[in-house]
Design a protein around this ligand. Structure first.
Ligand code: 13P
Ligand code: SF4
Length: 304
């Protein structure tokens, strides 16, 4: 509609004026992805934050993602239009609890999913995303690892190595809502459609998948596949670009419950206000940023 179009134009003008870049995660609302300079998964957006020459990063995603941008690009102003956009999985691990686990397992390195706070990353040896988790774990010489906070991603990657995993009991409430019975029914009703799912899904769901990958991995897979229809097991925001890039293919969201309320918070109005007022700013203090950056840099050094 008209007001949305003029709001988009105002945002574009402000982005230019502020020398700002707009990064949006693949789960954001359609209209936010539409005006983004770059859309991507957590890994791609971290890499972009590290290399952009913009002075301001408007991060349309959730809090831990804006923190990662601040860790990697401390000289830039990082705006998170909705400061209340958090991640319940990231909140399932605290620094204190992680320290306790480390104390019980001396010498065992900690591999932490980027869906975690900066302070938790600072207590970790290396980070990973869903796109590089297998490579990260295979790059380690140790025979045992602590994997936090996603038990589902951890148990998925454990099958690609013979290392012993000490899994943290965290999970993504959005992906966990997808139940295996629902997927089985959908697969039976749509035998021509491969089931593609995110490793944050429950292992009983992952077991049923024809392909398991990060959000960006799904764009690649669905584009290259000769199938015409797909059953999609991840957050609904992914559909916008899947449909745009594959107008002749059909995408069936595995469940209407696959919506992350936090990812849906950011509106065009919020983006406009953030740029106008240059807040809320996310800035990670140096004493956390330096050790957290070490864990992120170790991850980024691993060839993709
Ligand atoms: P990816 O985009 O890295 O697959 O992340 C999924 C997710 O849940 C982000 O919050
Ligand atoms: Fe966190 Fe899950 Fe939402 Fe991603 S989809 S931000 S992991 S709650």
């Amino acid at each position: 509609n008209m007001t949305q179009e003029s709001l988009k134009a105002d945002i574009k003008a402000l982005l230019k004026e502020r020398k700002a870049v707009l990064l949006a995660h693949n789960y954001m609302r359609d209209e936010v992805q539409e005006i983004a300079d770059i859309t991507g998964d957590s890994l791609a957006l971290s890499i972009e934050a590290a290399k952009t020459d913009a002075e301001v990063i408007v991060f349309c995603g959730v809090h831990f993602m804006a923190e990662s941008a601040s860790i990697l690009a401390p000289e830039k102003t990082v705006l998170l239009p909705r400061l209340d956009a958090g991640c319940p999985m990231a909140d399932m691990v605290s620094v204190e609890a992680l320290k306790e686990m480390k104390a019980k397992l001396p010498g065992v390195p900690v591999v932490t999913y980027v869906n975690s706070s900066a302070a938790v990353k600072a207590e970790s040896d290396i980070c990973c995303t869903s796109a590089n988790a297998v490579k990260v774990v295979q790059s380690m010489s140790e025979k045992e690892i602590i994997f936090a906070p996603d038990r589902n991603l951890g148990s998925y990657i454990a099958r690609f190595t013979d290392k012993k995993f000490h899994l943290w009991e965290g999970y993504c409430p959005t992906h966990e809502r997808l139940r295996p019975e629902v997927v089985k029914e959908l697969k039976a009703a749509n035998p021509d459609a491969p089931f593609v799912c995110h490793p944050e899904c429950n292992p009983k769901v992952v077991e049923l998948a024809d392909h398991v990958c990060s959000t960006t991995g799904m764009y690649d897979y669905c584009k290259k596949s000769s199938a015409k229809r797909f059953i999609i097991g991840t957050e609904a925001g992914i559909l916008w670009r899947l449909k745009r890039e594959n107008p002749d293919k059909e995408f069936i969201l595995a469940s209407p419950a696959l919506i992350c309320p936090n990812m849906k918070l950011t509106s065009l109005e919020d983006v406009f206000e953030a740029l106008q007022q240059m807040k809320p700013v996310v800035k990670v203090p140096e004493e956390i940023r330096i050790p957290a950056k070490r864990a992120l840099d170790r991850m980024l050094a691993i060839p993709r």
